[in-house]
Design a protein around this ligand. Structure first.
Ligand SMILES: Cc1cc2nc3c(=O)[nH]c(=O)nc-3n(C[C@H](O)[C@H](O)[C@H](O)COP(=O)(O)OP(=O)(O)OC[C@H]3O[C@@H](n4cnc5c(N)ncnc54)[C@H](O)[C@@H]3O)c2cc1C
Length: 487
């Protein structure tokens, strides 16, 4: 695989900052291990300029996670230092290959085989979507060992080095690179395994469970990429509105422009803050799974599913900031077309919105995760001493959502799935609404942000004599607006 010098420099600089490495080893300057919060903060910045390149980083993170947690000592010593390299040794990027032609969402339909020959495993078959193929040093591959059962329970996890000791391809062939709508900073390919040498990771037939943990990590990355795109789209829209003149005014003077920007800003700010709040618990669960409580595990899984879906959908919505730039927004000289193309994949990979809806149903019916969720947000809400009307709106929605969930859980499984995305959306709104309220004591501006987002979310289309977004535009957008244009 050939890539240009600029790409190689990006690889070197990104991994050199420890975006993957310092989750697993000490940051030299402070001689202390980093964590996922440190990594995701970098991911948030990276995604604002190149969300496509955050994909290989994500895959490397997921591969390092799997090796660190489940590989035996010899494999770990041989490969982990390369995956977490910050420049001291050759970097191996990672890859995770699940999807096959007959099923991506339905991973249990996987047919790729892991066959033992002369005491070592060999992989045979085709993976249909392999991102980072050709660029990776190792791929983590789900395959079915001969004699294993059907469905997801019969899948095992393998580490497949891309090249053998002599630097030759490890019996792997790239059939073709996908010609994609976006995320062109990562190659995605159809990959054929023609007897590639592989190492079993962890226990036989446990591959699906291991991979689901890695997938949860990738879903958090997906949420981080989404909020990165949201931030970039908002920044582009705001900076254009501050410069462009129409009808004798700067765009920012117009009420509809102010409203659009205020709604973008409050959603982006609260969603980003809510994602990083979830990441604090995720960090504990992912780095210390043995000591994490069942509560933290189930609640985090629910929040990941809910926020992955919500942020991905919002990133596409935000990428329509194209409109705020008028005709220019549609032209490739500007970043907006790329943002729209890159955002579009975020609701597809790492689990589509429908599949996340199914995950929400599973977590509610199997682990009562919604009860943990309500306990968490109700505990937080009782300490909110500002904005009584907004607190009342959110409390009413909590009550309604509880009733909805109890009613839905008494239905047939198919009916539950029918309502799953609606429930997921309500949980996202509540999590963010309560989070917005918990910040109101920190500043007057944050109180205004909470007012706007809660009114928009929980009393849609309410008629206001003096619309809040116009009254608060200067504070929320942190700009100066001529007095004639204020609400
Ligand atoms: C650019 C790109 C890169 C990718 N990279 C990788 C990679 O590196 N590794 C990898 O393993 N995969 C990768 N994928 C594959 C991706 O994860 C899958 O495309 C995704 O999981 C969906 O699977 P599918 O394409 O088979 O769609 P399908 O599973 O066929 O889904 C089609 C539609 O049906 C819906 N659907 C399916 N089942 C249900 C159900 N039970 N209820 C309701 N709706 C349902 C889905 O939500 C979707 O809308 C990549 C995909 C893309 C686009």
């Amino acid at each position: 695989m050939w890539v240009n010098e600029g790409y190689l420099k990006t690889v070197e600089e990104t991994y050199g900052q420890g975006i993957v490495g310092y989750i697993h080893k000490p940051i030299p300057k402070i001689n202390r291990k980093g964590n996922y919060i440190y990594s995701f903060a970098q991911g948030y910045v990276l995604s604002q300029s190149e969300p496509g390149f955050y994909c290989p980083v994500t895959l490397t993170m997921a591969s390092a996670y799997l090796i660190d947690h489940y590989a035996d000592q010899a494999i770990k010593e041989k490969y982990l230092p390369h995956l977490i390299s910050t420049g001291e040794t050759e970097l191996y990027e990672g890859a995770t290959f699940l999807t096959e032609r007959q099923g991506g969402s339905d991973v249990g339909a996987n047919e790729v085989k892991g066959i033992k020959e002369n005491g070592e495993y060999r992989i045979y078959g085709e993976k249909y979507f392999g991102s980072n193929a050709g660029m990776c040093g190792v791929a983590m591959v789900l395959a079915r060992i001969d004699g294993s059962g059907t469905g997801s329970k019969g899948l095992s996890l393998f580490l497949v080095p891309w090249r053998n000791e002599n630097g030759q391809l490890n019996e792997i062939s790239i059939r073709r690179l996908k010609d994609k709508l976006g995320v062109r900073a990562v190659p995605s390919a159809e990959v054929e395994f023609l007897g590639a040498k592989a190492y079993l990771i962890g226990r036989e037939d446990q591959g699906f469970n291991y991979m689901m943990e890695a997938l949860n990590l990738s879903r958090v990355c997906n949420a981080v990429a989404s909020i990165g795109i949201m931030r970039r789209a908002y920044k582009e829209a705001k900076s254009y509105a501050l410069q462009r003149n129409a009808f004798g005014s700067v765009l920012i003077d117009f009420p509809m422009i102010q409203d659009t920007l205020v709604q973008m800003r409050v959603k982006q700010e609260i969603e980003t803050s809510a994602v990083f709040k979830m990441i604090e618990t995720f960090d504990r669960v992912a780095r210390y799974p043995e000591s994490a409580s069942e509560r933290d595990k189930h609640l985090t899984r629910l929040l990941i599913a809910v926020l992955k879906k919500e942020t991905a959908e919002q990133s596409i919505h935000f990428a329509h900031a194209i409109e705020m730039l008028g005709g220019n927004g549609y032209i490739e000289d500007f970043v907006t077309p790329r943002l729209l193309r890159d955002a579009q994949v975020l609701t597809v990979w790492e689990g589509t919105s429908n599949i996340l809806g199914l995950e929400v149903v599973r977590l509610m019916s199997k682990f009562r995760a919604h009860e943990l969720f309500f306990k968490e947000i109700e505990d937080e809400l009782q300490y909110v001493t500002t904005l009584p009307e907004e607190v009342q709106l959110v409390s009413q929605s909590i009550k309604d959502t509880k009733e909805l969930i109890n009613s839905v859980l008494s239905m047939s499984y198919n009916e539950q799935t029918y309502y799953s995305k609606r429930i997921s959306k309500r949980l996202a709104d509540l999590y963010e609404g309560v989070h917005a309220l918990t910040r109101t004591c920190e500043s007057n501006r944050k109180r205004k942000v909470a007012e706007v987002i809660i009114r928009k979310t929980f009393c849609k289309d309410a008629y206001e004599r003096k619309p809040l977004p116009l009254q608060y535009a200067e504070d929320i957008l942190e700009v100066s607006i001529p007095s004639k244009a204020k609400g």
